[in-house]
Design a binder for this molecule. Structure first.
Ligand SMILES: Nc1ncnc2c1ncn2[C@@H]1O[C@H](COP(=O)(O)OP(=O)(O)O)[C@@H](O)[C@H]1O
Ligand SMILES: [Mg+2]
Length: 398
């Protein structure tokens, strides 16, 4: 059967690369049995037509808060539809990053209304009007509503929402509908930032998601790789290495998955048949570089020019440097890119203080004896070459 000789060949190590993307929703969650159990218990009232508890999920980025929540909501939805005693369940997700309460409530109203109905106005109405509308929409449908508010710590005024919403039924705003709030937060101190009034009435169940260790990341990666990669396209030790690196750094599954995907790209570029440890090493270097570049791009123009100025001095072997030396180099750099430089030494020193606080620079104190007094010297915490490279590419893009 010579015509079948090439039929099994793929040009890539990836069977389905999208499985390693941010949008992919895993249908199997591994290594979170305890958290899933706690989640299940917290929400069981939904199955018996009782008021659901409010649930708060805490944990650093990439530890599975969103993935587990979606998984739980699907499972709950399935079970509800199986049981007669359970009221109809409506689950609505909202990422609150940068939201006002008004925007959040508006989004929930629109989510309930769906595509076919008029959107709630973006402006012009009060928050209490928006809440009233939300209650009307809920009551006209009836059943249990779970509002999943992701990144709730980024909500501009969580107190109002967390005071009003959970008490809507006891305050007589809802007759047919029940409501539970599920808040997800990267920030463990979120609860203590709430007003005492809210803390007292919320009665929430808390579930903490800890960072993953290397073994846990290894099983998450193994499960993911099995679906995303062609058979035999990854050495086991490479998965172990990616898991170990991510565990040592952040304990984030997102970071581990990114590392594996990048490792796959590196392996393909080398024409390799499988991802090996050395591909993961190169990938890790690249991911770190990318991170530094993003951080750099987020800085103001003058902040960037100052970092470039220091990088140039360092490349010439002149670090650590004083603010006056930075200023001279900064003026040359600004001239080179045809930018108007800041003119006072004080403004340069302010930038240097900011960049130090952000972790770009390390500052040491120099004592010059009686006459000289104290002054500061600065050096980069980053590889100067990455800074220069990134700066060049930012200027080319612009
Ligand atoms: N226990 C797990 N099992 C399978 N995949 C996981 C698990 N935890 C996290 N992931 C995956 O890791 C990535 C980050 O998880 P996510 O839930 O978005 O983290 P968080 O919301 O805590 O920032 C997603 O791709 C997710 O599917
Ligand atoms: Mg998330």
């Amino acid at each position: 059967m010579t015509e079948d000789l090439f039929s099994e060949m793929t040009e890539t190590l990836f069977e389905d690369k999208s499985i390693l993307s941010e949008e992919y929703r895993p249908d199997v969650i591994v290594e979170r049995d305890d958290e899933i159990d706690a989640y299940r218990t917290a929400l069981k009232d939904v199955l018996f037509g009782r008021n659901p508890s409010n649930v708060f999920i805490y944990g650093k980025t990439g530890v599975g808060k969103t993935a587990v929540t979606e998984y739980i909501m699907n499972a709950l939805q399935t079970e509800v539809s199986r049981r007669d005693a359970a009221d109809e369940l409506h689950v609505h997700f909202r990422n609150c990053n940068g939201d006002t309460v008004y925007r959040t409530v508006r989004a929930l109203v629109n989510s309930i209304r769906g595509h076919n109905r008029e959107k709630f106005p973006e402006t012009g109405l009060s928050t209490s009007h928006a809440l009233e509308t939300l209650y009307e929409e809920m009551d006209s449908l009836g059943g249990t509503f779970l509002f999943v508010l992701d990144e709730i710590d980024h909500l501009s005024d969580p107190n109002t929402l967390l005071y009003e919403l959970p008490r809507a039924r006891s305050n007589g705003h809802l007759e047919n509908a029940r409501v539970g709030v599920i808040g997800i937060s990267n920030n463990y101190t979120f609860r203590s930032s709430l007003s005492p009034k809210v803390k007292d009435t919320l009665m929430e169940k808390e579930i903490a998601f800890s960072p993953y260790d290397a073994g846990e990341l290894q099983s998450i990666l193994t499960a993911r790789a099995e679906k995303a990669l062609v058979d035999g396209a990854c050495e086991e030790s490479a998965i172990r290495l990616a898991a170990a690196k991510a565990a040592k750094d952040t304990g984030s599954a997102r970071q581990a998955i990114d590392l594996l995907r990048e490792g796959g790209d590196v392996a393909e570029e080398h024409g390799a048949e499988a991802i090996t440890d050395s591909h993961i090493e190169v990938a890790s270097e690249r991911v770190q570089r990318g991170r530094v570049q993003n951080k750099l791009r987020d800085q103001t123009m003058h902040g960037q020019l100052i970092l470039e100025a220091i990088a140039r001095l360092e490349a010439d072997g002149e670090a650590p440097v004083r603010s006056k030396e930075v200023q001279d180099s900064y003026e040359r750099v600004a001239g080179r890119w045809s930018r108007d430089p800041l003119t006072t030494l004080k403004s340069i020193q302010n930038h240097l203080a900011d960049l130090t606080m952000l972790g770009f620079l390390e500052r040491t104190e120099q004592n010059e004896g009686r006459a000289g007094g104290v002054h500061y010297q600065y050096e980069l915490t980053l590889d100067p070459e990455i800074v220069l490279e990134t700066r060049a590419s930012i200027e080319t893009d612009a």
